[in-house]
Design a protein around this ligand. Structure first.
Ligand code: AMP
Length: 446
């Protein structure tokens, strides 16, 4: 089991806390259009503050090419300050003079947000020098950014080798849920896979053939399977290069006694448009000029039968072009069926998370992952670099402490503790922030 923040003494320690604060920004105003990622990080931030840590938050935002103020984390720091209802400091750089000065001045229970990690190209290169500079700011590293745990970057991977480390609450919960599903699922274990990018889903199918009882395939990728079996799929989305692989997966599923269930009927259109007239066809006999846009009624009925009997459900990828209302029926019906089942239900982030939120059934789901790519990688059976880098309980690796790092650590421990006043202030804010976290929480026990 990975070390969590509860396994470490944080009082008076400078914690480099990697969060996923990659919030969506309004294209015109640049304002934060959805603060879910900030809200999801609150439980770890609050725990660290309440336990007297000095919290240095780092994150990426967007895909800037070098320094680009459009992607500054300053508005995120300001938003966080409003939510926490206590001062949040901001460093104008990531590992530069301002970050160094402000991190040294931080008192117990205080929060400092560093500027966007990706303003420095060394972040994504997992550059050794950048890792050392990040590590020199803190005594302990905590990773709570599940959404970027599949990236081998300085702040998600390299820095963990230089400092004592642990995972935060959000990451801990994701690992517990996904590992639990893969290692010990309540059966029958039903996986529902949709979406368009068959190349992303094939490794998931390959791994789930070894774990699941039933795999229901819908969405754009189902037509590659249909064509592989000799069906006529018209203009539907097909990955010609993956036809053979699709055929071999069907065989592999059979050999492993796993039911791989494909659509029997499909809602089609002449063009890829929200206004397109829809027409239903058998999934094997789509006329040449039509393309499959959604699963049909009979398929929904079949899928619902499996969902009803399931003990565990994993869903990744919409079952049709759900962005167009006309072709969202299959996805919405399946979302509703998932919300009504007694099974443990897991939604793998990304489009499936948007689809369940859009359909209004998100509250009924046990766990909606905060990492689309990361959860997909775990379902493939991969170990995420950001997870691998964190120590197991009782097996702490000997981290390399360079001169810079020990100097910082020494200074930090000799720092005077925070005043009673600042601690009291934090305690009074606890209730309101916790309440907010709960009300917006997407991760929920049934
Ligand atoms: P993915 O990222 O692979 O999960 O794909 C998600 C996308 O798949 C969504 O934007 C859907 O609109 C798209 N999609 C689902 N079904 C179809 C389909 N039948 N044809 C084309 N695109 C689809």
């Amino acid at each position: 089991m990975k070390k969590t923040i509860k396994d470490i003494e944080v009082k008076g320690k400078k914690i480099l806390l990697r969060l996923d604060l990659n919030v969506p920004l309004n294209k015109e105003t640049g304002e934060i259009s959805d603060d879910t990622r900030i809200m999801e990080s609150l439980s770890t931030i609050n725990y660290l503050c309440e336990n007297g840590a000095r919290v240095l938050i780092c994150s990426h935002l967007g895909r800037p090419e070098g320094i680009d103020k459009k992607y500054s984390l300053k508005p995120v720091a300001e938003k966080l300050e409003k939510i926490l209802k206590h001062k949040v400091f901001f460093a104008e750089d990531t590992v530069g003079k301002d970050a160094k000065t402000k991190s040294k001045e931080l008192c117990d229970g205080e929060v400092l947000v560093l500027e966007n990690l990706r303003f420095d190209k060394r972040e994504e290169e997992n550059d050794e020098g950048f890792c050392k500079e990040l590590a020199s700011l803190a005594d302990i590293y905590v990773n709570d950014a599940f959404g970027t745990a599949h990236r081998k970057h300085a702040s998600t991977y390299g820095v963990a080798n230089l400092l004592p480390n642990a995972v935060g609450f959000l990451m801990g919960k994701e690992l517990k849920v996904i590992n639990g599903i893969l290692d010990n699922p309540k059966r029958p274990f039903v996986a529902i896979l949709g979406g368009a990018k068959i190349k992303d889903k094939i490794p998931v199918i390959e791994n789930l053939i070894l774990k699941a009882d039933t795999i229901l395939i819908g969405g754009g990728m189902s037509y590659t399977f249909k064509k592989a079996l000799g069906g006529n799929v018209g203009k539907s989305l097909v990955d010609e290069e993956k036809l053979e692989l699709a055929k071999s997966l069907i065989e592999k599923a059979k050999a492993n006694n796993v039911e791989l269930v494909l659509p029997v009927d499909t809602v089609c259109a002449l063009d890829f448009s929200s206004e397109a007239k829809s027409k239903k066809f058998s999934a094997e006999q789509i006329p040449d000029e039509y393309m499959g846009m959604d699963i049909g009624k009979k398929t929904i009925k079949i899928f619902k039968k499996y969902i009803k009997k399931a003990g565990t459900i994993v869903w990744n990828g919409p079952l049709g072009v759900f962005e167009f209302d006309k072709f969202a029926k299959g996805t919405n019906k399946i979302a509703k069926a998932i919300s009504k089942t007694k099974a443990f239900t897991f939604i793998g982030g990304g489009d499936s998370a948007s689809a369940i939120i859009k359909s209004g059934y998100a509250k009924e789901v046990n766990h909606i992952s905060t990492g689309g790519g990361a959860s997909l990688n775990m379902l493939e059976g991969k170990v995420l670099p950001g997870v691998e880098a964190i120590d197991e309980v009782g097996q702490e690796k000997k981290f390399v402490k360079d001169k810079n790092t020990s100097k910082t650590a020494k200074k930090s421990t000799s720092k005077k503790p925070a005043t009673k006043k600042s601690t009291a202030k934090k305690t009074t804010t606890k209730k309101s922030t916790t309440k907010k976290t709960n009300s917006k929480k997407t991760v929920k026990e049934k």
